[in-house]
Design a protein around this ligand. Structure first.
Ligand SMILES: [Zn+2]
Length: 407
């Protein structure tokens, strides 16, 4: 794999070329097969930046091209020996050319999506600036996803009144299948990486919560993942970001989506929180994400489910079948707390799971090891916030995390 950045004002364009051993179907770090659509993308920064450290340029490129790289990657500027070593040890990929010294930075920014998880992070870190990724169309790939309202999410981020940089990029269209999206989950940070020198960033906070960090999350089911290679500090990606002087920070890594939902709804950002990618004047209320989040919100607010979606609809189908489910801990939490759940589209799931308030009480508190892995400059602030607003799991509750998936 060979990658070349070209800058024109604030627009950075990356072109990449596959080597003979590279393949157009690759794999995301979470195991999802990904088929390549095109070999270029752009990242629009709001200002023309000066020199960007080669390790940042290289890592921004790596967040996109990693799935399709088999043996070696050649960057357009020499990367530090430390960064090359992180790529070698994390992926078994030879990275070069090698030269120069590593970088470091001071501030912490938030990779802000506008959803409840990142709003909870924002509530914890009231002085941290936001970097928001906005999807834009790719000149060479037709956009069949016009219902995805990235512009609405960007304007909600602006309405928060926080220090904000919006980065516009078409990098999601490098992916043909399963659909446009981040090739690696870390590609959401491509703009933050290119801005890290200008903003003097030493850390980037993401809204990944307990499920994503410790319980496998999303495409993994029911598995305790202390060595999560995407989000643990000692995983391949954690080490690559640290080598580039931009530490991955997960302020809500120890709390469930019930806690992030509560923190977001109690925060100043309540009016700007939006997890739905489809709605314009509010969440659409009918997509899979809306259903899942509505279950959590109803549980937090102790009220009946508000939805017009019937159990027979395609979006409700998976809840008519037995577990396991993605994000199952939150389905258990919601089914145990929402009044009248048995008469909703989650009724059958509730019957299968048999969860109770007592059996899901651990999801109201923080898993302590998540605090210990926050880099030292920001650990105390997060610990104090969690101690005051959430509280910590007992040893017995922590064991619920550590035995998740072993029944
Ligand atoms: Zn929706």
């Amino acid at each position: 794999m060979r990658v070349t950045w070209a800058a024109d004002g604030g627009v950075w364009r990356l072109t990449f070329r596959l080597d003979p051993e590279d393949e157009i179907t690759g794999f995301c770090a979470d195991g999802q097969p990904l088929r390549l659509a095109t070999n270029s993308f752009r990242v629009e920064l709001p200002r023309a930046p000066y020199d960007i450290h080669p390790d940042l340029r290289a890592l921004a490129a790596w967040t996109v091209v990693a799935p399709w790289t088999r043996r070696a990657i050649v960057f357009d500027r020499p990367v530090s020996p430390e960064f090359a070593a992180a790529i070698q040890s994390g992926w078994g990929i030879e990275a070069g050319p090698v030269g120069g010294t590593p970088r470091s930075g001071g501030r912490l920014a938030i990779s802000y999506s506008g959803g409840a998880d990142s709003a909870a992070v924002a509530a914890m870190l009231p002085d941290a600036p936001f970097v928001h990724f906005q999807r834009v169309s790719h000149p060479r790939v037709p956009n069949r996803w016009t219902h995805y309202r990235a512009d609405v999410l960007a304007s909600l981020a602006a309405a928060t009144g926080r220090e904000l940089t919006v980065v516009r990029s078409d990098l999601e269209f490098t992916l043909a299948e399963p659909r446009p999206g981040y090739p690696e989950h870390h590609a959401v940070a491509a703009g933050a990486l290119l801005l890290a020198d200008e903003l003097d960033l030493g850390g980037l906070a993401f809204g990944y919560e307990l499920g994503s960090r410790w319980l496998g999350g999303d495409r993994y089911l029911l598995r305790y993942t202390p060595d999560n290679l995407m989000w643990s500090p000692h995983g391949a990606w954690g080490r690559a970001f640290a080598a580039a002087g931009l530490h991955i920070v997960l302020p809500v890594g120890g709390v469930s989506e019930a806690v992030t939902m509560r923190l977001a709804l109690e925060s100043d950002l309540r009016e700007q929180v939006r997890w739905c990618l489809r709605g314009v004047n509010g969440p659409c209320g009918t997509c899979g994400k809306c259903l899942y989040k509505e279950l959590i919100q109803a549980a937090v607010e102790r009220r009946p489910l508000r939805t017009t979606v019937a159990p027979g609809r395609p979006v409700a189908r998976k809840w008519q079948e037995p577990p396991p489910y993605g994000g199952q801990e939150m389905i258990e939490y919601g089914c145990a707390r929402v009044p009248g759940i048995e008469d909703t589209l989650f009724g059958r799931a509730a019957g299968f799971l048999g969860a109770t308030e007592e059996s899901t009480a651990w999801l109201d508190r923080c898993y302590p090891p998540a605090i210990e892995e926050i880099p030292e400059p920001w650990r105390e602030q997060v610990r104090d916030f969690v101690a005051g607003e959430v509280g910590f799991m007992s040893d017995d509750e922590a064991r619920r995390v550590e035995t998740w998936g072993m029944s």
